[in-house]
Structure formats: C-alpha cells, structure tokens
Design a protein around this ligand. Structure first.
Ligand code: NAD
Length: 473
C-alpha cells in the first residue's frame, strides 16, 4: 500500500463513522465515566472474577463464543477512532490515522473459533481425536506501543479458545487498555455472555504483575513487550509465551525494483511512527544501488541528515540511566518532524522519515529505536549484506525483510535470518495481513517460537480416544 492508499483508507473509515479527523470525540462511544466492566481495585478479585467467567464460557457452544467475538469486532470498529485517539493522547506515541487502521485490522483479521481444528485417526481399534481445549485463565502482559490493539487481539484469540484473560497492561497505557477491556465485557454482556472474560486492575504495577505470574489459578502467561518482561515470564515456572523485541533489518540487493523498494521501506518504517515491532528499523543496501535507493527515499519524504545532525540525533534519542545508555522515551513513537525539532531542525509535515548513512555499530542502527529514523549501511554485495543483517537482528529471530528478484538471494537470507516474519518485496506490515495475505496478530512469539499467535496458540492439546468403536469405514 502506498502512503496515498493508506490515507484513502483512513478517510474511508472516518467517513463510515460519519465524522472527520478533526471531530474526534463524536465518532464513537465516549470513554465510560461510570464503572468499567472487568476493572478491579485488587488483583485477587480480578483473577477470581475471570476464573468464574471462564467456568461459564467453557461449556457454552462455540457458536456462542463466536456471537461474543462478533460483537467485540463490531464495537472495535465503532470505537476505532476513540481508541486510537486515547492511545496517542495517553502514550504520546504513534499516529491517530494509522492506529485507526490497526484497530480495524484487529477487528477484521484476528482469527476466531474457526482457527481451532481437530485431528482424527480412525481404524480397526476405534477413533482418536486431538482436540484443542482452553488453558483456563491466562495472564497477559501488554505493551505501550500497541496497547488496545494487543488487548483486543489477545482477547479475541484467547476467548475463541475458551479462556478468560487477566491483563497486566503497561502502566503508561492503562487508560486506553482498561477502556478496551471494558468494551470487551460490554460486548459479551450485550449478547448474553458473562462479564469479566477480560479483566485488569485500575492501577497496574510490577507488584500486580508478580501476583499474576505466580498465581495458582493462572495456567498460561503471554508476554508482549521488551526483553525484560519476556525473560521474567519465562522464568516464572509456568508455561509462557514470549513475544519479545526485534530490530528488523531490510536488505536491498542489486536485482530489486529500487524505486518500489524505497517506497515500501518508507511506508513500512513510518507506519504508526515505527512503533510496530515488525517495522523496518535499519536498511542494508548493496553498494551499486545504494545511491539510487537513497535518491528515491528522499523523493518519498525522507530527510537526509548530515553528519553533525546524526551526532545530535544520537545524543537526543538516547539518554543515560544508572550509567546505562537507554532509549529516550520522549522520542519513541514520535514523528520525524517532532524528532527533528528536538535538534533545532524545522521541517514540514511532508517529512515522514529521517535517513542517514552509517556504520553497523552506530547506536541508532544497532539498537531497536521504534521511531521513524532509518540508518543505511552500505555493503559490497549480498553476502556481506546477509551477514550484516544477521548481526543487526541480534538473534531475536523476530522479523527481517528483503527487496530482491533473485530467488537464491531471498532463500539464503531467509535461512540465515531464521525469523518469525520475513517479508519479501513489500512493506513490513504486509506480514500482519495489511496489504498482504494471512491473518493478523499483535503478539508475535519470536522468543518462544510460536510465531504469529492466534486462537490455537492459546489451547492445550487433548487426546480423546474411543476404543474399538465409531470407526464406520
Ligand atoms: P516494555 O518491555 O517496556 O513493556 C511491556 C510490558 O511489560 C508492559 O506491560 C510493562 O509494564 C511490562 N514489563 C516490563 N518489564 C517488566 C518486568 N521486568 N516484569 C514485569 N513486567 C514488565 O515494552 P514497551 O515499550 O511497552 O513495548 C515495546 C517493546 O515491546 C519493544 O521491544 C517491541 O519490540 C516489543 N514488542 C514486541 C511485540 C511482539 O509481538 N513480539 C509486540 C509489541 C511490542
């Protein structure tokens, strides 16, 4: 999708809502001012309520789960603009138009109960089935970068599988996350389902998360976030799914359609100001086409920073905490214009991305930034490019992308990077089903290997054997 196509889709969504971008709050249900369904003061009460709701949902027909899910999808579409605006306002990160699209994607492309399949063997000794049953109550940690998108996407998949979920949202995104949880419960109650299928507390803290991680009534943990939280859940002693950090490289070789590669890379990198974990975070270009690539990137809204500006940017996007260099959260998810203004450079809204050429060790290339800044590393050939990409991906095995028409090069890259996501000749978001085939998710289990999660990821395998009967062949 081009930037223009994205704008057209956003405009269409807004028109369907009978509003426009400047007239936000009328668009959908206003944030509820009264009691929020599923939101508790104490975590113990929240877990107990989720346990009760799960016991109610499990025996109900799958058709009924689908009815609830259909209403969650409907409400997500109705509230997409409100959720997008709340997210940007609370976290100060991202872009309202793109966040609307992310919610729309979650509503339309997150798999429901159809994702649960049965495997069967039948023969002389009877019939054996493998059924996918629920875990029970799941503890799910969600990030600040896609807060309500992750809450809704997780809820649909977990509920489709027959679970209830206790969320530990990022404290910096608790309002929009809790708003989404309230919306999910209202969707359930409205069609006759139970309340508290998704729960959280008013004030999520590390202490609350610790309680969730060790609670006897929680049988599966799912962490969507950076390396700290993934390591914590994996050390909990419970079964855990880890959707961790990435630093996706994109390699462009001499056989690529360079103009299209430039457009795709900039579109992917600037989507929601580079917050998606799958988004292009650095470019590796084969020397013979590097100048042409940079030229076309400049044509589609990139600001080419000078050496001095790169130094100033590096000193701005990183800060020091307890002697360690960390990301400056004032820059994460901000637009190129805002980031440039922090180093005294004034540009218009047409500037979407900041580019610069640099060494692979340059910190803005080596680190996962989550902002529209793309360092470009020049390499002599595709093999050096693959080696560089492997180094920059840091073994996260998360996402890597490539532009090339050479099947052998693409294959070598795919094998070497070994990532959960590998987009070829398109923007990174195609992997989420946005302008690409396949379903969507905002929880990509890179660390633990499940890849793009869906309802079946949140199930337990159950073998059900009938001896010497029910084979009617
Ligand atoms: P973050 O790691 O700061 O926070 C994520 C969540 O973990 C929050 O709810 C936070 O409160 C919690 N948390 C953090 N450290 C914790 C600890 N030690 N114990 C318990 N809870 C803890 O991340 P963020 O800034 O909100 O999100 C961005 C990061 O998440 C990036 O690294 C990005 O790549 C990653 N991410 C990955 C995926 C994926 O699907 N793989 C999706 C979104 C984001």
């Amino acid at each position: 999708m081009t930037e223009q196509e994205i704008k057209d889709v956003v405009r269409g969504v807004l028109q369907n809502m009978g509003t426009n971008q400047g007239n936000a709050s009328k668009a959908a249900t206003a944030p509820s001012s009264g009691r929020q369904m599923g939101i508790f003061v104490h975590i113990e009460d929240a877990i107990a309520a989720a346990k009760k709701a799960q016991k109610e949902i499990q025996p109900m027909p799958l058709e009924f789960r689908e009815k609830i899910i259909a209403n969650i999808r409907k409400k997500t579409l109705e509230n997409a603009k409100t959720l997008a605006e709340m997210g940007v306002e609370e976290t100060k990160m991202g872009n309202v138009g793109h966040k609307i699209l992310k919610h729309q994607l979650v509503a339309e492309k997150t798999p429901g109960t159809e994702d649960l399949t049965t495997v069967a063997w039948s023969g002389d000794r009877g019939l054996t089935l493998i059924e996918q049953g629920p875990f029970g109550v799941i503890g799910a940690v969600t990030p600040s970068t896609n807060p309500s998108e992750t809450v809704i996407c997780n809820s649909i998949g977990m509920l489709a599988a027959g679970n209830a979920v206790v969320f530990a949202p990022h404290p910096g995104a608790k309002n929009v996350s809790n708003f989404a949880i309230d919306m999910i419960n209202r969707a359930s109650v409205e069609v006759g389902g139970p309340e508290n299928l998704a729960v959280a507390v008013q004030n999520p803290t590390m202490e609350v998360s610790k309680t969730i991680f060790s609670h006897k009534d929680i049988s599966l943990l799912v962490a969507t976030g950076g390396p700290g939280v993934v390591t914590t859940v994996l050390s909990s002693g419970k079964r855990a799914l880890g959707a961790g950090a990435g630093n996706p490289p994109v390699l462009v070789d001499e056989t690529a359609d360079i103009k299209k590669a430039a457009e795709d890379i900039v579109n992917g990198c600037t989507f929601d100001n580079n917050l998606p974990c799958i988004a292009e975070k650095e470019v590796i270009a084969v020397d013979t086409i590097a100048d042409e690539l940079i030229y076309y990137m400049e044509q589609v809204g990139c600001y080419h920073a000078s050496k001095e500006e790169v130094e100033k940017l590096t000193n701005t996007v990183f800060t020091t905490k307890n002697g360690r260099q960390i990301l400056n959260r004032e820059c994460v998810g901000r637009s190129a214009k805002v980031i440039l203004s922090k180093i005294g450079v004034t540009v218009g809204d047409d500037v979407r991305c900041i580019i610069f050429e640099g060494d692979k060790k340059q910190p803005m290339i080596d680190e996962e930034l989550m902002m529209p800044i793309l360092g470009i590393v020049r390499v002599k050939d595709v093999d050096e490019g693959i080696e560089t990409a492997v180094e920059l991906e840091h073994g996260n095995r998360h996402s890597a992308h490539m532009h090339s028409k050479n099947i052998e090069n693409l294959t070598k890259y795919g094998k070497a990077l070994d990532t959960a996501i590998f987009v070829k000749n398109g923007p990174s978001y195609a992997a989420l089903g946005f302008g690409g085939e396949g379903y969507t998710t905002f929880t990509i289990c890179s660390r633990t290997g499940e890849g793009l999660t869906s309802a079946k990821t949140f199930t337990k395998s159950r073998r059900c054997t009938m001896c010497d009967a029910l084979c009617i062949r």
